[in-house]
Structure formats: C-alpha cells, structure tokens
Write a protein that binds this ligand. Structure first.
Ligand code: GDP
Ligand code: MG
Length: 449
C-alpha cells in the first residue's frame, strides 16, 4: 500500500499547483492502493468520495503547497474513519484513562471472541495483565475453549506467568457452564473483572456462533471484544461483520500490529462495524499491548512520517490577512505574479525546500540524488518576479520575447526558467478560475474569505 501511495504523493509533492485532473488521478491511485491493501470496497468508495470533495473544494486553494494539503486531507479523513480518538484507552477524554470502559457491578464480564489463531488467548492474558497492573483491578481469567486440546492449559500457564488467577479446569464441562461457574467464583471471591476466552474456528460457522451466543446470554458481557489479526485483510472484515451482526460486539482488538501489515484492516474494521478499536497487540509477550492511536495508524497506512506536522506548520505560517486577500483575488480569477511571489516568500519562511524536504520520509535520499531541489529554486523564482515591472506582474500577457530576455538577464537566469515560472503561474490561476466558477454554481463549497 505504502509503495504505491508514496509514489502518488511524491508526484503531488512536486507539483506547485494542482489541477482537478491531478487530484482525480491521485484519487484513482489511492483507491487502487486501498483495495490492494484489502480495505473493503464500500469503505474505499466512501473514503475516496469524502477526500475528493474536500480536495477539489476550497481546502487546498488556501494552501501554500496544495500537494501537501491533499496529503493532509487524506490523512485527516483516515483518522476520522479510524475513529476520532476520544475513546482511546489513554486519552484523558476517553474512559478515564482506563484500559476498557468497564462500567457495571463487579464482577464485570469481558467476552473475547474471534477465529482460531487470531490471538484471543494471548490478548486475554495481555488485557488481564494491564487491567491488573495499570487499573488495579482484580482479574479472573477463564478459558471456555473446550474444543482445542490443551487450550485451557495454555491460559492457565499464561496466568501463572503474569500472576493472574485462572478458573480451575473441570474436565468435560461445556462452555456455558464454565462461564457460569467463572461468574459465580468471581462473585464469591470478590473479583472485579472476569475475562472469558472462547474457542475459535477456522471459519465462522453456526456451531461456533450458537456457542458464543449462549455464553453471551448467560453472562451478559459488558464488553465483547472481537480479536482480529491485522495481517488478514478482506477476510477479517467479513469475520467482523458476521460477529457483529450475530453476536453484537462492543469493540475490536487488533492483534499482530507488529507485523508487516500496514493497518489497512483497522480501517475496514472500524468503517464496517462502526465499533471502536480498543487495543492493539504488538507482539507475543504479555506486555505487547497498546492503546489504539488513530493518528499513528493513519500515518502508518500512508507510510508518511511527519507530513501532518509539516502541513500544520504551513497553515500557521500563512498570515490570515494574506490568505484573505489571496482568496478574494482568487474569487475574481486575478491571481497575479505578485501573489505568486508572496506565496514563494511564505515557503521560504517555512524553512525553505530543505526544511520541508527533511521532514518528509524518503526525501533524504531523493534530495541527495537531485540537489537542485533546494532554496535556490525558490530564490530564483522570486528573483524572476522581482525583475519584472509592476505592470508585467499584474498582466503576464505583455511578456514578449524581448521582455523575457530582459527579465532573465536581470534575474541571472535563462529564458527557459522564466517560461517555467510563467507556466506554473498559468496552471495555478487557471485552476483557481475554474474553481471559483464551480463555487458560484453552488456545486462545491464556496471559497474561504
Ligand atoms: P487464539 O487461537 O485466538 O487463542 O490465538 P492465540 O492467542 O493462541 O495466538 C496464536 C498465535 O499468535 C500465538 O503464537 C501468539 O503468540 C501469536 N500472537 C498473538 N497476538 C500476537 C501479536 O500481537 N503479535 C504477534 N507477533 N504474535 C501474536
Ligand atoms: Mg485460544
């Protein structure tokens, strides 16, 4: 996913001005990339629609670097789709900084469900450990997995390792009966939380569902967590959907986020079920459990490093007055070279190309190979505009061959450089005109002013 996307974004980053065609070409690539990463089709469609609307709308016009702005829009939309983050386990605005929102009279039952090998047993132990150490809860674990030989033993051993009590095993007992016994034991012994680890199957089947539903009806869990392997793609989504439809889940635990997966599963899970991703598993060890941070995952899906803070810096640097004056001009389709010059100056203020580039992942090696991409380009472009008369800046149509030669000489550049700058300006103002027309028709959000 990231290879393709960084290709797309590399192209965008290099563009001074974007056209509608640039954006729709980029969106086609993003779409294919998400599909290749096994994000479900309806999720992809919805995503692309939202991002396109924002990109073609007013949001990018105000930006110094429209290419960056598109990346930021894609990134922000990913975060929105992953969940805004107010219910993350460590956010102060979440459920009181607790691992899980475990409201109710203790002992509170937590039901762990999912396919075989998804990481249920491991996650059960990890969550129990975290609840005990971080939230100071008294936790009892019970394995309801009567199908796999030694599954109950696996949980007991894990419990011993991490110092969490497990319900003693009684051979031959059914899952529902074990669940009932676990709740009774917890009540009698004053436990706060009962973690119920269930059996899984290779595929969702009626047998499995009936069993889990019976357990659910028996214990009435406060949290029903679907454990899903982040490395499985489209499959994980259909699994999530069937568990949610038939059983009703309250959240997702994504295991194996330490693997090579880019987190595409997280996006689909959240979008399809609408249920929050509570926690992520990042290794085999009992400590390898983390709160879910949408912004980190969005960055990971994009493979983008610090693009967002970069774009935020850009937004801060644009002075409000300037932006407003610019917007008014854009509306009239009067973006002249004076405006372009102030844009170039803004870019310099932000630390120039070098500063910008150093914040982008993969750009280090790129700038080595192409040393031309530095502040010199900005300086040269500004020098060209400065070498023009005010009249020329306002209306580039007067620029004939001899005027161009004069300007080139004055700025110490070639006529080609002058032409390149003019072309860039033409592209930008052309797009702005087009957009302001669309704005008037009411088909798109109006321009900022
Ligand atoms: P269950 O069948 O759903 O109970 O799955 P298990 O909890 O037994 O896990 C299956 C395998 O996945 C085990 O070898 C675990 O060590 C491994 N596993 C579980 N969670 C993670 C994780 O977050 N990262 C990695 N790398 N391995 C994990
Ligand atoms: Mg298991």
């Amino acid at each position: 996913l990231s290879d393709r996307l960084s290709g797309v974004f590399d192209k965008l980053k290099k563009r001074g001005a974007l056209s509608e065609a640039d954006i729709s070409a980029a969106m086609r690539e993003v779409r294919v990339a998400l599909l290749e990463a096994d994000v479900a089709l309806p999720v992809v469609k919805d995503f692309i629609a939202k991002v396109s609307e924002k990109s073609i709308g007013h949001a990018i016009l105000k930006s110094v670097t429209p290419g960056q702005q598109v990346i930021k829009i894609v990134h922000d939309e990913l975060i929105a789709m992953l969940g805004s983050g107010e219910d993350e386990a460590d956010s102060p605005g979440g459920f009181g900084g607790q691992t899980l929102p475990l409201l109710g009279v203790p002992p509170v039952p937590v039901l762990m469900v999912g396919l075989q090998g998804s990481g249920k047993t491991t996650s059960t132990a990890k969550i129990a450990k975290r609840l005990s150490e971080k939230d100071h809860k008294r936790v009892l674990m019970a394995s309801l997995d009567t199908r796999r030989p030694a599954a109950q033993e696996q949980l007991r051993v894990l419990g011993e390792q991490i110092g969490i009590k497990t319900l003693p095993v009684i051979e031959g007992q059914m899952a529902v009966d074990i669940a009932r016994r676990a709740m009774e034991a917890a009540r009698l012994q004053g436990f706060d939380v009962v973690m119920l680890d269930t059996a899984g199957r290779m595929h969702v089947d009626d047998d499995l569902m009936r069993e889990v539903i019976a357990v659910r009806d028996q214990v009435k869990p406060v949290e029903t967590l679907l454990v899903a392997d982040a490395l499985t793609g489209q499959d994980a989504v259909s699994v999530a959907r069937s568990f949610d439809e038939r059983l009703g889940i309250t959240g997702v635990v994504l295991s194996r986020m330490d693997g090579d997966g880019r987190g595409g599963a997280a996006l689909s899970m959240r979008a399809i079920t609408g249920k929050p991703i509570r926690l992520i598993g990042t290794g085999e060890k009992p400590d390898a459990l983390e709160a879910f941070h949408p912004s980190r995952i969005a960055g990971r899906i994009l493979g983008m490093g610090d693009v967002v803070s970069l774009v935020e810096r850009a937004a801060e640097t644009i002075e409000a007055d300037d932006a407003e004056r610019m917007a008014a001009k854009m509306r009239k389709g009067q973006f002249d070279l004076d405006d372009l010059r102030s844009q170039l100056r803004q870019m310099k203020k932000m630390g120039g190309m070098k500063g910008l580039m150093s914040m982008l992942p993969g750009m280090g090696k790129l700038t080595k190979g192409a040393p031309k991409l530095d502040d010199k380009v900005l300086g040269r472009q500004e020098a060209i505009i400065c070498a023009m008369t005010p009249k020329e800046r306002r209306d580039t149509r007067v620029l004939n061959a001899s005027r161009k030669r004069r300007i080139a000489a004055g700025a110490g550049v070639s006529v080609q450089d002058v032409n390149k700058l003019l072309k860039m300006h033409q592209q930008m103002s052309g797009m702005m005109k087009k957009m302001s027309k669309m704005g008037k028709k009411g088909g798109l959000p109006s321009l900022p002013g």
